[in-house]
Every structure is written in structure tokens, then in C-alpha cells.
Design a binder for this molecule. Sequence first.
Ligand code: ADP
Length: 288
Amino acid sequence: MQLQISNLCKTYPNGVKALDNITLNISKGMFGLLGPNGAGKSTLMRTLATLQEADSGSVMLGDIDVLKNKQRVREVLGYLPQEFGVYPRVNAYEMLDHIAVLKGIINAKERKDLVLALLERVNLLQHKKKSISGFSGGMKQRFGIAQSLIGNPQLIIVDEPTAGLDPGERNRFYNLLSEIGENVIVILSTHIVQDVKELCPNMAIIDKGRLLFAGEPVKALSDLEGKIWEKSISKSETEKYQKEFQLISSKLVSGQPLIHIYSETDPGNGFKKAEADLEDVFFKAISL
Ligand code: ADP
């Protein structure tokens, strides 16, 4: 099954153009949708999840017209929203059981088997009697994945799932997502480059509602090969370098700025050639 997004547009009543003619084809596997805050990621995710209307354009999931036939989309959709709202004081088992009923799994034995299998899959079986309101951030996200998997979805949308997770939790969550991504379309919306780097064989970068790149991260990296240069400078020099070069990032290493610039030829000035990484791809794309 393929997800085909064509010429999708959305302008909010306040005039903000959140989606500006987005065209994207997404196949099975993990797909990273990368963009800074305010890029339009959530607007796109909510539109795909049938929670909000677009102004124009079309979205097809296989033969389902996503913008018109919302009910059919919901039957094959798993959605993990950015904000899950307030977690009730019920335990993980009861909550999943309840969601399974809402999703139409009425046979009690079938539901019990499913809920236990899901809890096992997301590594929460030993916490099934614990109230979800007492879960850690990572446990909540894994619970969120468990609920999104009920009903064998063909399309799974996860919106900014790793924000607020500690490194261990993030890793466990990555492993879980990449397992799931083997069989269905998983769209991971994030502003964290590392999420995409570790997980996604395909990606897109959006900013200000516009699509800036779509393709394989390795292709984006090879396009930058030999064109990224780095230099350690002092803090007071940052502005000068910003004016003279196409500065794409600056990070502190031992308290001193290490800058990356884009240049097709050797910029001299003591710059050394740097190996391009996905952060360079991202910052270069959004700096244009
Ligand atoms: P992201 O998820 O990438 O942070 P969003 O889709 O949330 O981006 O937002 C895209 C742009 O649309 C932002 O400028 C945001 O302020 C604006 N926006 C989002 N939701 C609304 C809304 N309901 N009304 C008006 N503007 C909105």
C-alpha cells in the first residue's frame, strides 16, 4: 500500500500557510518527516489522520480517498498524537481493553489475548496492573504505540514521539518502532534529526509549509559530500563568519563554537573539510 499526497494546501484563518502545495509518495517502512517547530508537521499529520480538513489537494492511501472517506481511513489507521491528554487512573490492561472495545473487538477471549500480546510487544506486560498516570514518559509512549496497533493498522502516524524521553527510553522506543515499520507505513514526525538518522530509510524535510527535500537520507548526504567545512572559532567571531560564509550550524564543543559552513570550493581561512551528517542536510535545507 502506498500513501500519495498531492498538492496539499492548508491556510489557517489567521493567514498562516501551514501546508503549501505538499506532494509526497510514501511506501511501506519507516518514513521520517523532519522539520523545525512550526514547520507544518502536525497539520500534515492531523490531516492524514482525518482530524482536520485541508483546503485543497488530494491524499490517497491505496485506493482510499483519505480526505473524502474518513471512516475507511480510520479503520486502517494507528495514530499516536503529540499530546495524549490526561491519562486516567485506570491501569494499562483496563485502558487497552477499553480501547479495543471501542475499536470493535467485542469477543472477550480474542480481546484478552490481543491486549496481553500488545502489552508483551511493547514490554509493559509486567506493568499491566499499574495506573498509566504513574508511567514514565517512555512507558506512556510505548503504551501509546500499543493502543495505536489495535486493529492491525496499515498506516501508523507518530507525532513528535521522542520529545521528553531520556536516552534509554528513546532507544527502547526506536527498537519498537523499527520492528513495526517492517510491515506497514510508519510516518514519524519529528524535529529531532537523530530520530530520522537512526530509523528512517526515507525522509522528507519541511519548513514553513513547504517541502524542501524528499528521498533517502544517504542521497541527501552524498549531495553534500565535500561541501561541508568546519572550524573552531571564538564566540565573538560568530557574527563575522555568519556574514562572510554560508553558515549552516554552530555547536559548542568544550564551550567553544564549532561552526559548519557550506561551500562548493575550499573556503581557506583555516576551515577543514568535515564529513556531512544529517544535521547538515537539515540545517542547509532550512537555511535557504
Ligand atoms: P509543527 O507541528 O511542525 O510544529 P504545526 O503544524 O503545528 O507545525 O504549525 C504550522 C504553523 O501553523 C505554525 O506557524 C503554527 O503556529 C500554525 N498553526 C497551527 N495550528 C494552528 C491553528 N489552529 N490556528 C492558527 N495557526 C495554527
